[in-house]
Write a protein that binds this ligand. Structure first.
Ligand SMILES: *Cc1c(COP(=O)(O)O)cnc(C)c1O
Length: 398
Protein backbone atom coordinates (compact mmCIF):
# COMPACT_ATOMS: atom_id res chain seq x y z
CA UNK A 1 0.00 0.00 0.00
CA UNK A 2 1.23 3.46 -0.78
CA UNK A 3 0.34 6.36 1.46
CA UNK A 4 -0.18 9.34 -0.80
CA UNK A 5 -3.53 11.04 -0.52
CA UNK A 6 -4.03 13.72 2.06
CA UNK A 7 -0.58 13.61 3.53
CA UNK A 8 1.10 16.92 4.29
CA UNK A 9 3.46 16.01 1.50
CA UNK A 10 0.70 15.72 -1.07
CA UNK A 11 -0.52 19.15 -0.01
CA UNK A 12 2.89 20.66 -0.31
CA UNK A 13 3.58 19.13 -3.70
CA UNK A 14 0.19 20.39 -4.81
CA UNK A 15 -1.54 17.22 -5.85
CA UNK A 16 -4.57 16.70 -3.68
CA UNK A 17 -7.01 14.41 -5.44
CA UNK A 18 -10.02 16.05 -7.11
CA UNK A 19 -12.60 13.60 -8.40
CA UNK A 20 -14.06 16.08 -10.94
CA UNK A 21 -10.91 15.99 -13.10
CA UNK A 22 -8.88 13.19 -14.66
CA UNK A 23 -6.45 11.89 -12.06
CA UNK A 24 -3.65 14.39 -11.61
CA UNK A 25 -0.15 13.20 -12.42
CA UNK A 26 2.11 14.39 -9.59
CA UNK A 27 5.63 15.64 -10.19
CA UNK A 28 6.99 13.60 -7.27
CA UNK A 29 5.53 11.36 -4.60
CA UNK A 30 7.51 9.90 -1.74
CA UNK A 31 7.52 6.09 -1.87
CA UNK A 32 6.18 5.36 1.61
CA UNK A 33 4.28 2.29 2.69
CA UNK A 34 3.32 -0.03 5.52
CA UNK A 35 6.92 -0.86 6.33
CA UNK A 36 7.72 2.77 7.14
CA UNK A 37 4.47 3.10 9.09
CA UNK A 38 5.32 0.03 11.15
CA UNK A 39 8.87 1.18 11.77
CA UNK A 40 7.61 4.56 13.00
CA UNK A 41 5.02 2.83 15.20
CA UNK A 42 7.67 0.57 16.68
CA UNK A 43 9.76 3.61 17.60
CA UNK A 44 6.74 5.19 19.28
CA UNK A 45 5.92 1.99 21.18
CA UNK A 46 9.50 1.66 22.34
CA UNK A 47 9.09 4.89 24.29
CA UNK A 48 12.31 6.30 22.83
CA UNK A 49 11.19 8.94 20.35
CA UNK A 50 13.92 11.61 20.49
CA UNK A 51 17.44 11.07 19.12
CA UNK A 52 18.53 7.62 20.28
CA UNK A 53 19.55 4.16 19.10
CA UNK A 54 17.68 4.31 15.78
CA UNK A 55 19.41 7.56 14.85
CA UNK A 56 22.77 5.95 15.60
CA UNK A 57 21.86 2.93 13.48
CA UNK A 58 20.65 5.10 10.60
CA UNK A 59 23.88 7.12 10.72
CA UNK A 60 26.01 3.97 10.49
CA UNK A 61 23.94 2.48 7.68
CA UNK A 62 23.75 5.66 5.62
CA UNK A 63 27.45 6.48 5.99
CA UNK A 64 28.35 2.93 4.94
CA UNK A 65 26.08 3.22 1.91
CA UNK A 66 27.77 6.41 0.67
CA UNK A 67 31.28 5.27 1.55
CA UNK A 68 32.01 7.67 4.41
CA UNK A 69 33.46 6.85 7.83
CA UNK A 70 30.97 8.90 9.85
CA UNK A 71 27.40 10.10 9.57
CA UNK A 72 25.86 12.79 11.77
CA UNK A 73 22.08 12.94 11.47
CA UNK A 74 20.41 16.33 11.83
CA UNK A 75 17.04 17.98 11.41
CA UNK A 76 17.31 18.96 7.71
CA UNK A 77 19.59 19.31 4.73
CA UNK A 78 19.89 22.99 5.56
CA UNK A 79 21.13 22.36 9.11
CA UNK A 80 23.51 19.73 7.72
CA UNK A 81 25.03 22.37 5.41
CA UNK A 82 25.24 24.82 8.31
CA UNK A 83 27.17 22.41 10.54
CA UNK A 84 29.36 21.47 7.58
CA UNK A 85 30.44 25.10 7.13
CA UNK A 86 31.12 25.44 10.86
CA UNK A 87 33.48 22.45 11.02
CA UNK A 88 35.19 23.51 7.80
CA UNK A 89 36.14 26.69 9.65
CA UNK A 90 34.14 29.26 7.68
CA UNK A 91 33.95 32.49 9.68
CA UNK A 92 32.34 35.91 9.51
CA UNK A 93 33.71 37.95 6.61
CA UNK A 94 34.83 34.92 4.60
CA UNK A 95 33.65 34.39 1.04
CA UNK A 96 31.94 31.13 0.08
CA UNK A 97 31.54 30.22 -3.59
CA UNK A 98 28.10 28.76 -4.31
CA UNK A 99 26.11 28.10 -7.45
CA UNK A 100 23.19 30.46 -7.86
CA UNK A 101 21.42 27.59 -9.64
CA UNK A 102 20.29 25.77 -6.51
CA UNK A 103 17.64 25.68 -3.88
CA UNK A 104 18.11 28.87 -1.88
CA UNK A 105 19.33 27.07 1.26
CA UNK A 106 22.72 26.54 -0.42
CA UNK A 107 23.36 30.30 -0.39
CA UNK A 108 21.55 30.98 2.89
CA UNK A 109 23.85 28.76 4.95
CA UNK A 110 26.87 30.91 4.06
CA UNK A 111 25.07 33.81 5.68
CA UNK A 112 24.25 31.70 8.76
CA UNK A 113 27.96 31.73 9.62
CA UNK A 114 28.36 35.41 8.74
CA UNK A 115 30.10 34.68 5.43
CA UNK A 116 29.29 36.14 2.01
CA UNK A 117 27.96 33.86 -0.71
CA UNK A 118 29.66 34.58 -4.05
CA UNK A 119 27.71 33.16 -6.95
CA UNK A 120 29.38 31.11 -9.68
CA UNK A 121 27.98 29.92 -13.01
CA UNK A 122 27.35 26.32 -14.01
CA UNK A 123 27.91 23.94 -16.88
CA UNK A 124 24.77 24.23 -19.03
CA UNK A 125 24.54 20.45 -19.54
CA UNK A 126 24.92 19.27 -15.95
CA UNK A 127 23.74 22.32 -14.02
CA UNK A 128 26.84 22.03 -11.84
CA UNK A 129 29.85 24.18 -10.96
CA UNK A 130 33.04 23.48 -12.92
CA UNK A 131 36.69 24.29 -12.13
CA UNK A 132 36.44 27.23 -14.56
CA UNK A 133 33.31 28.75 -13.06
CA UNK A 134 34.67 28.31 -9.53
CA UNK A 135 37.96 29.92 -10.51
CA UNK A 136 36.11 32.95 -11.88
CA UNK A 137 34.43 33.45 -8.49
CA UNK A 138 37.46 32.97 -6.20
CA UNK A 139 38.62 35.97 -4.16
CA UNK A 140 41.44 36.41 -1.65
CA UNK A 141 38.81 35.86 1.07
CA UNK A 142 37.38 32.59 -0.32
CA UNK A 143 37.35 30.05 2.51
CA UNK A 144 35.06 27.41 1.03
CA UNK A 145 33.16 26.21 -2.00
CA UNK A 146 29.74 24.59 -1.71
CA UNK A 147 29.51 22.14 -4.60
CA UNK A 148 25.96 21.04 -5.39
CA UNK A 149 25.24 17.77 -7.20
CA UNK A 150 22.21 19.41 -8.72
CA UNK A 151 19.10 17.34 -9.15
CA UNK A 152 21.21 14.24 -8.55
CA UNK A 153 23.64 14.84 -11.43
CA UNK A 154 27.11 14.28 -9.98
CA UNK A 155 29.51 17.21 -10.35
CA UNK A 156 32.96 16.49 -11.80
CA UNK A 157 34.62 16.02 -8.42
CA UNK A 158 38.27 15.21 -9.20
CA UNK A 159 39.32 18.47 -10.89
CA UNK A 160 37.28 20.50 -8.41
CA UNK A 161 38.89 18.75 -5.43
CA UNK A 162 42.30 19.40 -6.98
CA UNK A 163 41.53 23.08 -7.50
CA UNK A 164 40.32 23.52 -3.92
CA UNK A 165 43.38 21.71 -2.56
CA UNK A 166 45.71 23.93 -4.60
CA UNK A 167 43.96 27.10 -3.42
CA UNK A 168 43.64 25.91 0.20
CA UNK A 169 39.87 26.26 0.02
CA UNK A 170 37.52 23.88 1.85
CA UNK A 171 34.98 21.89 -0.19
CA UNK A 172 31.53 21.16 1.20
CA UNK A 173 29.40 18.96 -1.05
CA UNK A 174 25.70 19.75 -1.12
CA UNK A 175 24.50 16.23 -1.85
CA UNK A 176 20.92 17.02 -0.80
CA UNK A 177 19.65 15.59 -4.10
CA UNK A 178 22.32 12.99 -4.69
CA UNK A 179 21.55 9.85 -2.63
CA UNK A 180 22.26 6.96 -4.98
CA UNK A 181 24.18 9.03 -7.56
CA UNK A 182 27.56 7.69 -8.70
CA UNK A 183 30.88 9.41 -9.53
CA UNK A 184 33.50 7.31 -11.32
CA UNK A 185 32.09 4.07 -9.98
CA UNK A 186 31.78 5.24 -6.37
CA UNK A 187 28.77 6.67 -4.56
CA UNK A 188 28.64 10.45 -4.33
CA UNK A 189 29.82 11.12 -0.78
CA UNK A 190 32.83 8.80 -0.94
CA UNK A 191 36.02 10.75 -0.34
CA UNK A 192 34.21 14.02 0.44
CA UNK A 193 35.67 16.31 3.11
CA UNK A 194 32.07 16.76 4.17
CA UNK A 195 28.82 16.10 2.32
CA UNK A 196 25.37 17.29 3.37
CA UNK A 197 22.23 15.27 2.60
CA UNK A 198 18.53 16.05 2.80
CA UNK A 199 15.68 13.70 3.61
CA UNK A 200 12.89 16.11 2.70
CA UNK A 201 10.00 14.36 0.86
CA UNK A 202 11.07 16.00 -2.40
CA UNK A 203 14.27 13.90 -2.29
CA UNK A 204 14.65 10.20 -3.03
CA UNK A 205 14.99 9.06 0.57
CA UNK A 206 12.75 10.77 3.10
CA UNK A 207 12.30 10.95 6.84
CA UNK A 208 9.65 13.68 6.64
CA UNK A 209 12.24 16.30 7.47
CA UNK A 210 15.82 15.39 8.15
CA UNK A 211 19.40 15.53 6.98
CA UNK A 212 22.87 14.16 7.53
CA UNK A 213 26.49 15.20 7.24
CA UNK A 214 28.93 12.51 6.18
CA UNK A 215 32.69 12.86 6.58
CA UNK A 216 35.82 10.77 7.10
CA UNK A 217 37.06 13.16 9.81
CA UNK A 218 36.37 11.78 13.28
CA UNK A 219 36.97 15.09 15.06
CA UNK A 220 34.60 16.98 12.81
CA UNK A 221 31.98 14.28 13.33
CA UNK A 222 32.36 14.51 17.11
CA UNK A 223 32.09 18.29 17.00
CA UNK A 224 28.96 18.16 14.83
CA UNK A 225 27.42 15.67 17.29
CA UNK A 226 27.95 18.24 20.03
CA UNK A 227 26.80 21.19 17.96
CA UNK A 228 23.53 19.54 17.00
CA UNK A 229 22.83 19.05 20.70
CA UNK A 230 23.39 22.51 22.22
CA UNK A 231 27.17 22.05 22.38
CA UNK A 232 26.89 19.36 25.09
CA UNK A 233 29.89 17.12 25.66
CA UNK A 234 27.71 14.07 26.32
CA UNK A 235 24.60 13.16 24.37
CA UNK A 236 21.24 12.88 26.09
CA UNK A 237 21.08 9.26 24.91
CA UNK A 238 24.43 8.43 26.55
CA UNK A 239 23.42 10.18 29.74
CA UNK A 240 20.23 8.13 29.94
CA UNK A 241 22.09 4.91 29.22
CA UNK A 242 24.69 5.51 31.93
CA UNK A 243 24.23 3.76 35.27
CA UNK A 244 26.04 6.57 37.09
CA UNK A 245 24.98 10.20 37.08
CA UNK A 246 26.72 12.09 34.25
CA UNK A 247 27.17 15.83 34.47
CA UNK A 248 27.23 17.47 31.09
CA UNK A 249 29.21 20.53 30.07
CA UNK A 250 28.43 22.95 27.25
CA UNK A 251 31.62 23.45 25.32
CA UNK A 252 30.51 26.01 22.74
CA UNK A 253 27.35 27.67 21.47
CA UNK A 254 25.38 24.89 19.84
CA UNK A 255 21.99 24.34 18.26
CA UNK A 256 19.06 21.99 18.52
CA UNK A 257 19.44 20.23 15.18
CA UNK A 258 18.55 16.71 16.29
CA UNK A 259 16.71 14.08 14.26
CA UNK A 260 14.13 11.98 16.11
CA UNK A 261 14.23 8.19 16.42
CA UNK A 262 10.83 8.07 14.71
CA UNK A 263 12.38 9.73 11.66
CA UNK A 264 15.45 7.50 11.73
CA UNK A 265 13.23 4.39 11.86
CA UNK A 266 11.57 5.55 8.65
CA UNK A 267 14.94 6.43 7.17
CA UNK A 268 16.29 2.92 7.73
CA UNK A 269 13.41 1.44 5.72
CA UNK A 270 13.83 4.09 3.02
CA UNK A 271 17.55 3.40 2.78
CA UNK A 272 16.75 -0.25 2.02
CA UNK A 273 14.64 0.91 -0.94
CA UNK A 274 17.14 3.40 -2.34
CA UNK A 275 18.67 1.15 -5.00
CA UNK A 276 15.22 0.14 -6.27
CA UNK A 277 14.10 3.78 -6.28
CA UNK A 278 17.09 4.83 -8.34
CA UNK A 279 16.76 2.03 -10.87
CA UNK A 280 13.06 2.70 -11.36
CA UNK A 281 13.76 6.42 -11.90
CA UNK A 282 16.54 5.62 -14.35
CA UNK A 283 14.16 3.45 -16.38
CA UNK A 284 11.53 6.16 -16.47
CA UNK A 285 14.18 8.72 -17.44
CA UNK A 286 15.50 6.48 -20.21
CA UNK A 287 12.00 6.24 -21.69
CA UNK A 288 11.58 10.03 -21.61
CA UNK A 289 14.98 10.36 -23.29
CA UNK A 290 14.13 7.85 -26.04
CA UNK A 291 10.75 9.42 -26.71
CA UNK A 292 12.05 12.99 -26.75
CA UNK A 293 15.26 12.33 -28.70
CA UNK A 294 13.70 13.23 -32.02
CA UNK A 295 11.67 16.19 -30.78
CA UNK A 296 13.23 19.43 -32.03
CA UNK A 297 14.05 22.12 -29.48
CA UNK A 298 14.07 19.89 -26.41
CA UNK A 299 17.17 18.70 -24.53
CA UNK A 300 16.88 16.33 -21.60
CA UNK A 301 19.17 15.96 -18.61
CA UNK A 302 21.47 12.94 -19.02
CA UNK A 303 24.30 11.09 -17.30
CA UNK A 304 27.63 12.92 -17.52
CA UNK A 305 30.51 10.92 -19.05
CA UNK A 306 32.03 10.31 -15.60
CA UNK A 307 29.02 9.23 -13.59
CA UNK A 308 25.39 8.33 -13.13
CA UNK A 309 22.57 10.56 -11.97
CA UNK A 310 19.77 9.27 -9.76
CA UNK A 311 17.32 11.41 -11.78
CA UNK A 312 15.92 13.01 -8.69
CA UNK A 313 14.97 15.89 -11.00
CA UNK A 314 14.30 15.01 -14.62
CA UNK A 315 14.56 18.31 -16.42
CA UNK A 316 14.08 19.25 -20.06
CA UNK A 317 15.41 22.43 -21.54
CA UNK A 318 13.70 24.40 -24.29
CA UNK A 319 15.94 25.75 -27.03
CA UNK A 320 15.68 29.40 -28.12
CA UNK A 321 12.90 29.55 -30.66
CA UNK A 322 10.90 26.67 -29.17
CA UNK A 323 7.35 27.51 -30.29
CA UNK A 324 5.92 27.65 -26.77
CA UNK A 325 7.38 29.51 -23.81
CA UNK A 326 8.39 27.58 -20.71
CA UNK A 327 5.60 29.09 -18.64
CA UNK A 328 2.99 28.42 -21.35
CA UNK A 329 4.21 24.84 -21.53
CA UNK A 330 3.78 24.50 -17.76
CA UNK A 331 0.23 25.85 -18.19
CA UNK A 332 -0.50 23.34 -20.98
CA UNK A 333 0.77 20.50 -18.82
CA UNK A 334 -1.40 21.70 -15.93
CA UNK A 335 -4.43 21.74 -18.24
CA UNK A 336 -3.73 18.12 -19.13
CA UNK A 337 -3.60 17.27 -15.42
CA UNK A 338 0.19 17.06 -15.30
CA UNK A 339 2.00 18.63 -12.41
CA UNK A 340 5.40 19.84 -13.61
CA UNK A 341 7.70 22.46 -12.10
CA UNK A 342 9.79 25.33 -13.34
CA UNK A 343 13.46 24.45 -13.58
CA UNK A 344 15.85 24.89 -10.69
CA UNK A 345 15.74 28.38 -9.23
CA UNK A 346 18.51 30.96 -9.50
CA UNK A 347 19.17 32.50 -6.08
CA UNK A 348 20.81 35.65 -7.45
CA UNK A 349 17.49 36.63 -9.06
CA UNK A 350 15.68 36.57 -5.72
CA UNK A 351 15.19 39.73 -3.64
CA UNK A 352 17.08 38.19 -0.71
CA UNK A 353 20.26 38.24 -2.84
CA UNK A 354 19.82 41.49 -4.73
CA UNK A 355 22.98 42.83 -3.04
CA UNK A 356 25.18 39.70 -3.33
CA UNK A 357 28.17 39.78 -5.69
CA UNK A 358 27.55 37.84 -8.86
CA UNK A 359 29.59 37.80 -12.05
CA UNK A 360 27.47 37.38 -15.20
CA UNK A 361 25.70 34.01 -14.90
CA UNK A 362 24.44 33.32 -18.43
CA UNK A 363 24.26 29.52 -18.19
CA UNK A 364 22.48 29.71 -14.84
CA UNK A 365 19.87 32.14 -16.14
CA UNK A 366 19.29 30.23 -19.38
CA UNK A 367 18.89 26.93 -17.57
CA UNK A 368 16.71 28.30 -14.80
CA UNK A 369 14.40 30.25 -17.11
CA UNK A 370 14.09 27.75 -19.99
CA UNK A 371 13.82 24.41 -18.25
CA UNK A 372 11.11 22.48 -16.50
CA UNK A 373 11.00 19.41 -14.31
CA UNK A 374 8.82 16.51 -15.44
CA UNK A 375 7.01 13.97 -13.26
CA UNK A 376 8.99 10.89 -12.22
CA UNK A 377 7.76 8.87 -9.25
CA UNK A 378 7.46 5.33 -7.93
CA UNK A 379 4.75 3.45 -9.76
CA UNK A 380 4.46 5.92 -12.66
CA UNK A 381 2.79 4.09 -15.54
CA UNK A 382 3.51 4.12 -19.27
CA UNK A 383 0.08 5.69 -19.81
CA UNK A 384 0.90 8.50 -17.40
CA UNK A 385 4.24 9.08 -19.07
CA UNK A 386 2.54 9.11 -22.48
CA UNK A 387 0.18 11.83 -21.27
CA UNK A 388 3.19 14.00 -20.36
CA UNK A 389 4.95 13.22 -23.64
CA UNK A 390 1.88 14.04 -25.73
CA UNK A 391 1.80 17.59 -24.36
CA UNK A 392 5.51 18.12 -25.04
CA UNK A 393 5.33 16.71 -28.57
CA UNK A 394 2.27 18.83 -29.42
CA UNK A 395 4.03 21.93 -28.07
CA UNK A 396 7.07 21.26 -30.24
CA UNK A 397 4.75 21.34 -33.29
CA UNK A 398 3.49 24.79 -32.23
C1 LIG B 1 16.52 20.27 -0.65
C2 LIG B 1 17.82 20.95 -0.78
C3 LIG B 1 18.42 21.60 0.30
C4 LIG B 1 17.73 21.77 1.63
O1 LIG B 1 17.34 20.59 2.26
P1 LIG B 1 16.21 20.64 3.39
O2 LIG B 1 16.20 19.26 3.95
O3 LIG B 1 14.93 20.99 2.71
O4 LIG B 1 16.62 21.67 4.39
C5 LIG B 1 19.68 22.14 0.13
N1 LIG B 1 20.31 22.08 -1.05
C6 LIG B 1 19.76 21.49 -2.13
C7 LIG B 1 20.51 21.44 -3.40
C8 LIG B 1 18.49 20.92 -2.03
O5 LIG B 1 17.93 20.36 -3.11
Amino acid sequence: MSIVANSAVATEIGDLPDSSKPAQIPVMVPWLGDEEAQAAAAAVRSGWVAQGPRVAEFERAFAAQVGAAHGVAVSSGTTALHLGLVVLGVEPGDDVVVPSLSFIATANVARYVGANPVFADVDPRTGNLTPETIQAALTPRTRAVILVHQGGVPADLEPIRALCRDRDVALLEDAACAAGAVYRGKPVGAGAQAAAWSFHPRKLLTTGEGGMVTTDDAEWAARMRRLREHGMNVSAADRHASAKPVLEAYLETGFNYRMTDIQAAVGLVQLGKLAATVSERRELAARYQRELAGVPGLTTVADPSYGRTNYQSFWVRLADGFPVSRDDLLARLAEAGVSARRGIMAAHLEPAYADAPAPPLPATEALSLNSLILPVFHGMTVAQQDRVLAVLKAAARG
